[in-house]
Every structure is written in C-alpha cells, then in structure tokens.
Write a protein that binds this ligand. Structure first.
Ligand code: IMP
Length: 432
C-alpha cells in the first residue's frame, strides 16, 4: 500500500512515462492495463533517451516487476524488438522482471493491414489512427474471435484459431479493402517463432496482483493514451479503442476497485492532440507552431506533428470526473518560458450559451468556441527549478489558476525531460 493509478488527462502524450518513472522508485510492481504499441513513452535517464511502446516504464528500474495486464493488445513483433533494445542497453537482464498476462490479445498482421487500409479508404474522414492495428484487434476481442497469448503458445490451438478467422479477414481485405490476402502458412511459421520467445513471460496478472495486494506491496498502474481518447468517455469516434480512464486499471489487470488509493492525472501546461477530431483550443496560427517547436511536439510513435493549443480547463474537468482524479501532475511548464502572455480556456461558448462542462454530444462539441482568460507569462528559464517557492510569481499564478479551474490538487510539476527537472509537491506513495 498505497496503490496508485496514473492516467493521461488530455488526448495522450502528456508525459506519463516520466511521471511513472519517478514514482516507480516507490512501487514494487508497475502494470500496463490497456492499449498497445500505439503508445509511446519517452524516458530520459542521464543523457540517454529510451522510448517504450508496450513494456511498462518501470522496466528501467532493476528489481521492479513489470506486468502487462490482460487488457493490453500485444504485437509480438514490436514487443520482441523492444525487449532486444532494452537488453542491449543493459536493462532487463533478469527475464523474471517482466510478466505478460496469458489473456492479452495478440495483434495479428491482418489487424495492422486492416487498420492502415481502412484509414486509406476513408480519405479525409479518417480517424488518424497510429496504424498499429489497435482498433481491429480490440474489435476481435469484443467480437469473441481474438487470438490470445495463451492460444499463441499452444501450436494446435493457434493453428485452429487462425484457420477459423483468417478466411474472414482475407475476404474483407481482398473484397472490401482491395488489398492482398495473407498466407496462413506464413503467419503460422512467423508466429510460432514468437510463441517460443514469449512463453517464458506468460503469467496471470490477476493472481500475481491479488497476492501483492494481500502482502501490501505498492502497485503503480500505468495508463496509456488519455481520458479524452477513451472509447466511452472521449471524443468518439475520434478516440482509441480501449478504455483509457482510471477504471480500466481494474478491468485490464484483474483487481477490484477498492485496492486503488490514488489516481493521478497527467496534463501538459497546454494541450496537444494527434490524429483527427475536435480540439476547441487548437492554435492554427504561429502560436501553434511556436508551441510545437518549443515543446518538440512530434509523435514518439509515428513522428507526426502534434496539433497544439492553449490549456483547456473544460476538457480537463471531464478527465477529473471520469477518472476520479485525486491529484494532478502538470508537465512541460518550461515550454511556456518565453511567452509574454498565456491563455487558458475556462469555458466554451455554444450558440450564445456558456458551457462549463465538456459537451458529450459530438455535434455540440464541434461548434464550441473557447472562452479565454489571459495570464501574464514569466519570460525566464524555469527548467532547473525544483521547488514551487522558487518559481517566478507569474508561473505560480499560472499553476494556481490551472488547479483552481480543474478542481483537483497538484502533486507534481515537470519543468524538463530529465528526472531531476521535477517539482514534487506531494508524493501519493508517501501519503498512505
Ligand atoms: P489508434 O489508437 O491507433 O486506433 O488511434 C486512434 C486515435 O488515438 C488517433 O487519433 C491516434 O492519434 C490517437 N492515439 C492513439 N495512441 C495515442 C497515444 O499514445 N498518444 C496520443 N494519441 C494517441
């Protein structure tokens, strides 16, 4: 105890990896519970940068066990490469540091091919997915025709399941999407090799965590993407295909909600989004470019330039509610260093009406205009500040405003990519 969930409070890319990395020091186990290699968590240790897509960020700490929970979708090709890279850098020398739940669903080659071909076919109506097969893999899970890791490691079961599902996939690929069909033998051969490598990591996340909870070990649940990309509570259909809110930590790892003590939401000091979909505070002018360049806002998974905009308190309040946030970590405050003044969206205006809550009706949301309050910038470098009281008054005023608008206390402020460029206000693991 305590057990802490970390989730993105915006549209992803909030800097969760760094916060997870910092809190891992206090955790015994770090658990991923949803999403797949659509995520990209960038970690900087010393001068070395590591980008992780699937494996929990806790892997950089020897001795901490990392678990990939049942709610994740796993692409073996990416996963194996990630392990090789980590090992080459000297991490993960002990294979027992990592456990993958046997019920994770496997991202198959037809999932990626369908994802990419579908987006192509949609043209300007596309979602802007990462093209990693995430949506098609979750579709098969819900449609009860998915292939799980437990199936993959049993050659006869894998062959039977593939034989059942592949004709339908090939029909869809060929006849509807106009793409080449996939060879059953080819997949069987390639994936049998993966099964051999993956076997040693297979375990049961629910059983392991149940024991850890009974022994009062500290658990850290690491969310991927962000609350506004949640398939139920986000800006549907411009969302990912998993539940990204905190409740998903329980479902995606096999623990009950009563074991969660704190939920920390990560939010940038401004907003970014990749892919399509509504973004009320988006800046399509030079200021957007300035934020993108200052914040190096290019996707760590796809390299796409991220859309940038002012901080949006209306959207953040949605995340505070849907994830039941108990604390807020504000990241990339230093990106705003040079600005003379900074805008914060406090409400939306919709056909003359003021909305303080995020509209759940897509048609309303797309017509909302942000209502801004303007605050003074601090125009100096804060990237080495490690205490709140050492921040310039204008930066403190800015943070106070964000916290007041969000209605959630602040636990951490990040002022640069390195571990030591962090202001810790109150650490959830030290609160009991
Ligand atoms: P998918 O998850 O690849 O299906 O993509 C669906 C939407 O979620 C697209 O707008 C993606 O850009 C977005 N998305 C998925 N994963 C991430 C992430 O880790 N960070 C930011 N956006 C993401």
């Amino acid at each position: 105890m305590p057990n802490v969930v970390i989730v993105g409070a915006q549209w992803g890319d909030e800097g969760k990896g760094k916060v997870v990395d910092i809190y891992t020091e206090h955790a015994d186990e770090v658990i991923r519970f949803q999403g797949g290699n659509n995520a990209g968590h960038t970690l900087v240790v010393g001068d070395e940068k590591t980008i992780l897509h699937l494996i929990p960020s806790g892997i950089l700490h020897p001795g901490k066990r990392c678990i990939i929970g049942n709610g994740v979708v796993l692409d073996p090709r990416v996963f194996i490469k990630e392990i090789e890279n980590l090992k080459a850098k000297g991490y993960m020398q002990d294979d027992s540091q990592l456990v993958i739940d046997g019920n994770v669903h496997i991202i198959m080659p037809y999932h990626t091919n369908i994802d990419i071909a579908r987006e192509e076919k949609k043209g300007d109506k596309k979602i802007g997915t990462t093209g990693r097969g995430i949506g098609p893999a979750y579709e098969d899970k819900i449609g009860r025709r998915g292939i799980r890791l437990n199936d993959l490691i049993r050659p006869d079961v894998f062959a039977r399941k593939l034989q059942e599902v592949l004709p339908e996939k090939n029909f869809y690929l060929e006849k509807y999407l106009g793409k080449a069909p996939l060879s059953e033998e080819g997949i069987l051969e390639e994936y049998s090799g993966y099964a051999e490598t993956l076997k040693k990591y297979v375990g049961c996340s629910s059983t392991i965590l149940g024991k850890s909870i009974a022994e009062e070990r500290n658990l850290l649940f690491e969310g991927a993407q962000g609350a506004l990309l949640d398939v139920d509570h986000g800006t549907y259909p411009f969302v990912t295909s998993s539940s990204t809110v905190s409740g998903s930590a329980c479902i995606g790892s096999g623990v009950g909600p009563r074991c969660i003590d704190h939920v920390i939401g990560i939010s940038k000091a401004y907003v970014t989004r990749v892919g399509g979909g509504p973004f009320p505070t988006e800046l399509l002018d030079e200021m957007g470019d300035e934020l993108r360049n200052a914040g190096n806002e290019f996707g760590s998974t796809t390299g796409r330039p991220r859309r940038c905009g002012w901080f949006d308190a209306v959207a953040l309040r949605e995340a505070v509610r849907t994830s039941g946030l108990t604390g807020l970590a504000i990241t990339k405050l230093d990106v705003l260093n040079d600005l003379e003044s900074i805008k914060v969206c406090t409400a939306y205006s919709y056909k003359g009406e003021m909305l303080e809550q995020f509209p759940r009706d897509f048609e309303v949301l797309r017509e909302c205009q942000p209502v801004y309050e303007e605050l003074e910038g601090w125009q100096c470098d804060i990237s080495e500040v490690t205490k709140l009281e050492d921040l310039p008054q204008a930066a403190r005023n800015y943070l106070d405003k964000l916290v007041e608008l969000a209605g959630c206390p602040m636990v951490l402020v990040s002022v640069g990519p390195r571990r030591d460029q962090t202001i810790q206000v109150s650490n959830p693991f030290l609160q009991g």
